[in-house]
Design a protein around this ligand. Sequence first.
Ligand SMILES: [Zn+2]
Length: 287
Amino acid sequence: MIIDAHVHAGEYYRHFTARFADQMMATTGLPPEALSAPEDKLLAEMDAAGVDHAFLLAFDVRRVEGFSVPNTFVADLCARHPERFTGFASVDAGRPGAAEELRHAVTELGLRGLKTAPCYLRMSPADPRWFEVYETAQELGVPVLVHTGYTPAKNADARYFSPLLLEPVAKEFPELRLILAHLGTPWTTPCIDLLSRHPQLYADLSIFGTYQSPPTVAAALAHARVRGVLDRLLWGTDFPFATMSAAVARMARLTTDATPWPSGSAPLTPDEHRALMGGTAARLTQK
Ligand SMILES: [Zn+2]
């Protein structure tokens, strides 16, 4: 079972602004219009890549970017294809009622996780305004996928890129399962070290796994293995910022000597590969 743990819903003309699409897609080599994942394109991409299931993300950046991919839009896609999608709500703690919006999305709309975009919202993920949201997620038992790492979005605040900003949150909410997106790129080593300090932390490989060189990806996975956190990493693409087929093939090559691993490190075992490609993600969203 292959699960892409980081997939963006939303359609170019309907949701995203052209300005945002221009900035975000410039670093991917894809045209701005490629920032679009209508239902048929999503399913075709998954089928072509052999991806069984995806975590499908809403994205609320209304306050800063003037658009959102609404929770209701994601919930609708999930309701039509419950076997293909697990939906993640998105809320902005800088707006009133964020925690209630999350509760509604989970209990009424059937979403099963939360995606947050702190640096895009020019807030630290440790800003106290998030705490009621985290408290609610912890109580509802849903994981929180937090953007960490670099983004080319011009309105974002680079002071809030670092995955280490999540340490106080992990301490304050020991039952809250947090997923650090993009392995905190470029702070991948500190991100893995942070996972080793808190057993409820996870990280996804989206963007990092696609755009970094295979030896760089192998080195990060080798470090995660040494730290004992390899079984808390989730494969994901960040589609449509990256395509799925090439990313699946790249991960498969990490099970062989085709990728140069650091000396003393063996390629991924079949069990490790299975966990990365979906086993861990399946475990994470089970109630
Ligand atoms: Zn993303």
